[in-house]
Design a binder for this molecule. Sequence first.
Ligand code: FMN
Length: 159
Amino acid sequence: MTIDPGDFRRVLGHFPTGVTVVTGAGEDGPAGMAIGSFASVSLDPPLVMFCPGKDSGTWHAIRETGSFCANILGDDQKDVCGIFAMPSDDRFAGIDWTTDATGSPVLPGCVGHIDCDIHAILDGGDHDIVIGLVRSLAVTGGQGPLLFFQGGYGRFEGL
Ligand SMILES: Cc1cc2nc3c(=O)[nH]c(=O)nc-3n(C[C@H](O)[C@H](O)[C@H](O)COP(=O)(O)O)c2cc1C
């Protein structure tokens, strides 16, 4: 059975996600991209995952470093998501980033971050499935998470 790409996008677009910016810092400077495919995997050992496109230049730069940091965006950081989803010569211009255990950029103003070593890279079709072993993690902001749904942004409201 063939799945129509338009149907795939439309139906999967009905599943909401949070938004992270996954970063790494190599010899060529910091790299980062908006990622909605971030998820937790395992508590023992502590593993998380995300799926970058195989042809993403940013993913190749992060992969070289052997580590990554997933920065959880808050509902006041739609602009940050835009910066890290659009082509740019320097997505980190004007961003005062810090580091945690791995040296990967920790972005200011986020809900929190999960700092990881790359544990495994699995084949996921036109994407890679990246498993991260958590080295350090923290909640650093009090705001709610930025949500992405059917191509638009929103915020969480408890029922
Ligand atoms: C909300 C949101 C979620 C995204 N999630 C992913 C994702 O999970 N995997 C991916 O490869 N790209 C994802 N992207 C697209 C990348 O952020 C975008 O293609 C970015 O430009 C890739 O960086 P590069 O072109 O420097 O490689 C997402 C974009 C947005 C706006």
